[in-house]
Design a protein around this ligand. Structure first.
Ligand code: SAH
Ligand code: SF4
Ligand code: F3S
Length: 491
């Protein structure tokens, strides 16, 4: 196992601030010393797709003669892989750039690059606004990094924000920065065609495209051969994964409109990955409520190693707001899908959501419908946000951002309290049950305890006995807190 795998450092996260529950994780490269001539520091923000992309970037840069470092002061090249999803995410990056400024004063040759969604959104403008930035690279242009870096070496500034219809980086073996050696991400698709009116992702990540099933299964097999026990298949909208082998573009378009059987759908892909080994767990994220099919649910039911957990973002519980959001489902249709999940996979399937409060024109009654949807579904967990208007999105163009910030925040606090109550209730239902847990490492508090997750994605902490990470253990849940289950191994 390489040092890099063990060395991922996570700053912040999970204990989310009350005001805005967000994916505020920052991930930082750690030190590798393989005698290469230059050092790269890479810091990643945003979603799992971005963390996964940083692994691809590191792979490309390693081949160009870079070791990685966890100390930006000692780096020759500093990359920030950025997120634009909410205004706050962009502010965080701006603040970070100003911190780099003082280091760059005493080390002017240090190259600073902005990668990812903010690079794509702002393009050349970023060079004007942030004078210390040398390099701006969008999410589909990472293969061009060697060329762009050498341009900066020659004293120029470099920008590539070309968005591709084909790029999936299928042939690049990611350097596993984000892993504990047990679990890993596999990107199966890129981009998003959904155009939710609040969301910047379709603009920063471009059109949806799927990676070949062959390259995905091969990557899962390689990970399993290296000792990994869990893969998470990643995409903004995994249920619209679609692949047809050996077809030209026109044929692919024709097939997209038909129900042809030779297409590899997401359900089929899940099965292919699950068949790598019964010892390899398979997870996936994110499912769009309009696209998830019963085939996916039946594939989950059929394979014990496909984890019974669905991240199923509702965004709102009110049909009028959902329509304004362009989510393309109603409250009733969402509830129908939840009922199908419960009917096919039972009550023990974990379900989580993303919710936005204070979207344009949302009334108190409509906000209450979000709360009543939460009560109906009884989510195990939710990521919750107040609406943040993003430049260039449909909502910014069409609707007024008219809910005062205090109201957005108060509503957010209300749904957070509701979720805490629901999480606690769902956790209490697990007390007394025995779960198969994949051990991911020591618990945060003690080296005498281990932690892992059950199939429903719940974290369980228990005394170590003679077990170690990477093993499966049967754990009896003996008690719980709001966020964690506590248990003991039963042999
Ligand atoms: N593809 C995923 C979501 C990716 S973005 C999906 O469709 O579910 C992650 C979450 O950020 C979204 O689900 C949404 O809840 C939140 N989000 C996106 N844009 C936002 C905005 N402008 N303001 C507040 N939250 C936003
Ligand atoms: Fe954004 Fe909607 Fe696409 Fe998710 S599905 S990334 S929320 S546009
Ligand atoms: Fe952020 Fe881009 Fe992901 S905007 S949430 S890093 S796709």
């Amino acid at each position: 196992m390489s040092e890099l795998i063990k060395d991922i450092e996570i700053l912040g996260q999970q204990e989310q601030p009350k005001e805005e529950q967000a994916c505020e994780t920052v991930r930082v490269s750690k030190t590798t010393s393989t005698g290469k001539s230059r050092k790269l520091y890479i810091e990643s923000y945003g979603c799992q797709m971005n963390f996964s992309d940083s692994e691809i970037v590191t792979s490309i840069m390693e081949k160009e003669g870079f070791d990685t470092t966890s100390q930006f002061e000692e780096a020759d090249v500093v990359f920030l892989n950025t997120c634009s999803i909410r205004e706050k995410a962009e502010q965080t990056v701006r603040t970070r750039l100003s911190q780099f400024n003082s280091v760059k004063k005493s080390k002017p040759e240090m190259m600073i690059g902005v990668l990812g969604c903010m690079a794509e959104r702002l393009k050349e403008k970023l060079l004007e606004e942030e004078k210390i930035v040398d390099l701006v690279v969008g999410p589909d242009a990472y293969r061009d990094l060697p060329n762009l870096v050498s341009k900066v070496d020659d004293g120029q500034k470099a920008v590539n924000t070309f968005l591709s219809k084909e790029e999936t980086y299928a042939d690049i073996s990611p350097v596993r920065l984000n892993s504990n050696g047990v679990t890993a991400f596999i990107s199966i698709m890129r981009g998003c065609d959904n155009m939710c009116s609040f969301c910047v992702v379709p603009f920063t990540r471009g059109r949806e495209r799927s990676r070949s099933p062959h390259s995905i299964v091969k990557e899962a097999q390689e990970l399993f051969d290296q000792g990994y026990k869990e893969v998470t298949l990643l995409g903004q909208n995994v249920d619209s994964y679609k692949w047809a082998e050996d077809l030209d573009e026109n044929q692919k378009k024709a097939i997209e409109k038909s129900e042809a059987k030779d297409i590899v759908s997401f359900a089929k892909l899940l099965e292919l990955v699950a068949e790598v080994s019964p010892e390899l767990r398979v997870r996936f994220s994110t499912s769009h409520p309009k696209d998830i099919t019963e085939d996916v649910l039946y594939a989950m039911k059929k394979h014990e190693n496909i984890c019974k957990y669905i991240h199923f973002p509702a965004q709102s519980g009110n049909t009028r707001v959902l329509k304004l959001m362009n989510r393309t489902y109603t409250r009733e249709e969402y509830i129908d899908k939840i009922d199908s999940i419960r009917r096919i996979l039972g009550d023990e399937c974990g379900i989580s959501s993303d919710m936005i409060t204070g979207f344009c024109t949302e009334t108190e009654e409509e906000h209450q419908e979000t709360i009543s949807l939460m009560e109906y579904v009884k989510y195990d967990f939710s990521y919750m946000f107040f609406y943040s208007e993003r430049p260039g999105t449909l909502a910014e163009k069409k609707y007024e951002d008219d809910i005062p910030l205090e109201v957005k925040k108060r509503r957010l606090q209300e749904i957070i309290s509701k979720q805490q109550e629901l999480s606690h209730m769902r956790n209490q239902l697990d007390v007394g049950k025995v779960y198969k847990v994949l051990i991911e490492g020591y618990s945060k508090k003690s080296k005498d305890q281990l932690q892992g997750r059950n199939t429903a994605n719940k974290v369980i902490v228990f005394d170590k006995k003679n077990y170690q990470k990477g093993q499966y253990a049967n754990v009896l849940v003996t008690s719980c807190t709001g966020a964690t289950l506590l248990g003991e191994i039963v042999e």
